[in-house]
Design a protein around this ligand. Structure first.
Ligand code: C5P
Length: 219
């Protein structure tokens, strides 16, 4: 029997990629599948939580369930807008989205034409760091979880982000030749603000989600 240990809890989750358009039909993005965020949402829902899932464009199907509220967005700015609106009334926030750190400046043509010998030069602007913004306004009764995807110094970088973004828990994953994007499984390093450190090698994302809620509820 599923434990109903998240009954009454309101959980905000960001998932999937964001898309940043530079003309009407083309965008800058990444291959995030949203699997981790979805797994977290479904696990929390099964455990009794009211789930608010802000989700970028993904091909995974999201089942429609009472108490699972879906907010489809496209850009990082849209994701931030919804997240900030919801955050005050949430108990827990988890930023699992692969938000584009930069957005190309909108060129303005409906569809940029080819044929320019110089190619195309696109200028990028910084996107807001949604997790950082939530961390800065986090109350003592709220808990916040982030992810860190790193090539090098995974532990050190994850620890730095845990502190800098005022998180309770951070999940680090290593990118090397293979990226965790789209895979069913992942190897993660879990650090919490009480100093706990665990490595979970090659676990299904559904199992990772379940275990993360176990830890978070114990903090
Ligand atoms: O600093 P870095 O981008 O590595 O941090 C990753 C974490 O921050 C993830 O939890 C991701 O969802 C979140 N993030 C965000 N908004 C951004 C960039 C990252 O919420 N613009």
């Amino acid at each position: 029997i599923t434990p109903q240990d998240m009954t009454g809890k309101k959980v905000l989750i960001t998932a999937g990629p964001t898309r940043e358009y530079y003309d009407l039909v083309r965008f800058w993005s990444n291959p995030s599948s949203g699997k981790t965020g979805l797994a977290l949402g479904l696990a929390a829902w099964l455990r009794g939580a009211d789930v608010f899932l802000i989700c970028g464009p993904i091909s995974e199907k999201i089942v429609s369930l009472p108490g699972l509220h879906i907010y489809p967005i496209t850009t990082a700015k849209e994701m931030q807008e919804v997240a900030l609106k919801l955050w005050k009334s949430m108990d827990i926030g988890v930023c699992a989205a692969a938000v584009c750190d930069f957005r190309p400046e909108y060129i303005g043509d409906l569809k940029v034409k080819k044929g320019n010998k110089a190619g195309l030069t696109v200028k990028f602007a910084n996107n807001p760091d949604i997790l950082l913004t939530l961390g800065q306004s986090k109350r003592v009764d709220q808990k916040l979880v982030g992810f860190a995807l790193e090539y090098e110094n995974l532990r050190k970088e994850a620890k730095r982000k845990l502190e800098q973004k005022n998180l309770d828990l951070i999940v680090g994953n290593q990118v090397n030749i293979t990226s965790p994007f789209g895979r069913e499984k992942n190897t993660v390093l879990v650090l919490d603000k009480e100093g706990r450190e665990e490595e979970w090698p090659d676990l299904p994302k559904t199992e990772i989600a379940w275990r993360l809620w176990d830890i978070l509820l114990s903090l």
